[in-house]
Each structure stands twice: as structure tokens, then as C-alpha cells.
Ligand binder design. Structure first.
Ligand SMILES: CC(C)(COP(=O)(O)OP(=O)(O)OC[C@H]1O[C@@H](n2cnc3c(N)ncnc32)[C@H](O)[C@@H]1OP(=O)(O)O)[C@@H](O)C(=O)NCCC(=O)NCCS
Length: 263
């Protein structure tokens, strides 16, 4: 878990809280996200087999050709039938945004966020973050207790959403993922109501933390493109990337804030 001082506590749920009240709060959050989409004239629902072509189209529009090839029609078929991909569709059924998530049969029933995409004409509405949270809640409802994903450290809209809003932290850093996907932060978050709702970090809280805490003892700042430094940090220390800091706050370029994690 991230240091509580940095986190925005939106709901009063504890780490152990997994009962009826937590369920009701998460269902309220899911409902709030669905309503936000309705206000934009869109609907958010689980994907169906007839969406496969439209999801594939969205993938090819949003990702590079190479990245899009990583999500085939057959993958989508399996995600839809055995996972819980959520799509945002307009009145004509066009898929404008999605979160593709699936759970695995390991000890924690890991919920894996394979991809999030939002049509650029809808950017600025927080859809990426809302969909990522929606996928986390769907995973939790199905019994997953850990959520994982990975992100390129220079995919700025994504790192901002996933670290600062959804609540992931960088559990590991791999400089050349699978020898073909470039540098990747391996993301993780406990899938508890507390983590889903209360691991967001605001830039304001980061500023206050950095200005009042001991550099290199309680936190580290790294340039988002400092890949060798990240390898060293993950190999030799307990510091982990927990938040994104936009350019212009402490440095001309974007930075990551790293701290140690709490149990
Ligand atoms: C990643 C993606 C889903 C994000 O969609 P989105 O939520 O609509 O993104 P936004 O444009 O609202 O940007 C998200 C946040 O990053 C911020 N941001 C974007 N570019 C930024 C930049 N260059 N510097 C600082 N902040 C930046 C935005 O201001 C926003 O933060 P805010 O809500 O606090 O203002 C979308 O960009 C996308 O589909 N990308 C292509 C596919 C992809 O890379 N998916 C992720 C990997 S699986």
C-alpha cells in the first residue's frame, strides 16, 4: 500500500473490510461510473460476442500496429466468454472505449488488465481511469484479490491514470519486456475495497510530501525516462514507483515519485 499521507481517502473502508458495506460502496461506485457515461450519451456494459469486430477496430485505432497485433480476434473471443471486458458504446454500437480484463486461476485469482483504450475525441473526461476502476470492481466482485497490469513508463496519459487515479503502484520495472515490448513498469494493486477506492494520489499531496520529507530517505524522484536508474532502484532498494508528477512541478520533464510501500 502507498503511504496513507499521499492517498486521497474517498471512502471510509479499511483494508480488512470486505463485507456487505464495502460491497454496497463498490456497487455505488460502479453505478456512479455508469451514470457518468450516460451523461456523455454513451453506455457502459460488458462486451458481447457481437462486439468483437468493433473492439478490434478500436484496438487498431488506439494502438500502434505492433501493439494491436498483440490482441487478436481469438483473444477477444476468450476475454468475452471467460473474462469481463467492459465497453463504452455510442448509439450506433461503435466501441469508443474499453477495459479488457480477465482473471486467472492462481492463488489470488489475479485480475489482469490487458488493455484500456479511449477514443482521443473523448479524452479529458477521465474515461481511462473510470474504466480501469470499473474493471477492478468487476474483478473484485468475481473474487480476485490482486490486480496487475503493465505500462510503458513514457505512456503519460496511462501512467497518470493508472498510478495517480486507479491506484496501481509499480511493483517491478523491466527494461526490455519479453525482448520486444520495450521498458515496462509491472503494475500491481491489492484488490480490496480500500485499495480500489483510496489509493489515488494527488499532485498536491505529492508536492507537500516532497517539500516536507527527507529526499533519498523517505522518497526518491526519478525522470520517467531514467531506465537504468529504475533498474538499479528496483534491484537495490525498497523504493517503488507510486505516483506520476507532470513536467513543470519539480523539473521541466515528467517524474515518478518512489517511496517504500506499507504492509
Ligand atoms: C491511455 C488512454 C486510455 C487514456 O485515456 P484518457 O483517460 O481519455 O486520457 P486523458 O487524455 O484524459 O489523459 C489522462 C490524464 O493524463 C493527463 N495527461 C495526458 N497527457 C499528458 C502529458 N503529456 N503530461 C501530463 N499529463 C498528461 C491528462 O491531463 C489526464 O489527467 P487529468 O485528468 O488530471 O487532466 C488513451 O490515451 C488511449 O487510448 N491511449 C492509446 C492506448 C493505450 O496506450 N492504452 C494504455 C495501455 S494498455
Amino acid at each position: 500500500m502507498k503511504p496513507p499521507l499521499l492517498c486521497e481517502k474517498r471512502y471510509d473502508v479499511s483494508e480488512r473490510d470486505n463485507g456487505k458495506r464495502a460491497h454496497a460502496i463498490l456497487m455505488g461506485e460502479k453505478n456512479r461510473i455508469e451514470k457518468r457515461m450516460e451523461k456523455l450519451g454513451l453506455s457502459l456494459r460488458l462486451a458481447r460476442e457481437e462486439d468483437i469486430r468493433n473492439i478490434h477496430h478500436r484496438t487498431r485505432e488506439s494502438f500502434s500496429e505492433e501493439a494491436a497485433q498483440g490482441i487478436s480476434l481469438y483473444d477477444l473471443y476468450r476475454f468475452i466468454h471467460h473474462g469481463y471486458p467492459a465497453v463504452v458504446v455510442d448509439r450506433d454500437g461503435e466501441v469508443l472505449a474499453y477495459d479488457l480484463s480477465i482473471s486467472y486461476d492462481d492463488r489470488h485469482k489475479t485480475s489482469y488488465e490487458v488493455a484500456v483504450a479511449v477514443d482521443s475525441k473523448l479524452s479529458g473526461h477521465g474515461l481511462g481511469y473510470l474504466l480501469s476502476t470499473y474493471g477492478a470492481i468487476l474483478g473484485w466482485e468475481r473474487g480476485s484479490r490482486v490486480r496487475k497490469s503493465s505500462v510503458h513508463p513514457l505512456n503519460i496519459p496511462s501512467v497518470k491514470n493508472l498510478l495517480n487515479y486507479t491506484g496501481f503502484h509499480g511493483a517491478d520495472f523491466i527494461p526490455d519486456f519479453l525482448g520486444q515490448m520495450g521498458p515496462r513498469l509491472v503494475l500491481r494493486m491489492p484488490l480490496t475495497p480500500n485499495a480500489i477506492l483510496n489509493q489515488g494520489v494527488s499532485v498536491k499531496a505529492v508536492k507537500q510530501f516532497v517539500n516536507t520529507r527527507a529526499k533519498d530517505v523517505e522518497y526518491r524522484l526519478l525522470r520517467c525516462d531514467a531506465f537504468s536508474e529504475m533498474v538499479k532502484m528496483y534491484g537495490e532498494s525498497r523504493f517503488r514507483v507510486i505516483a506520476f508528477i507532470p513536467g513543470g512541478v519539480f523539473h521541466d520533464g515528467p517524474l515518478f515519485l518512489a517511496t517504500s510501500l506499507e504492509p
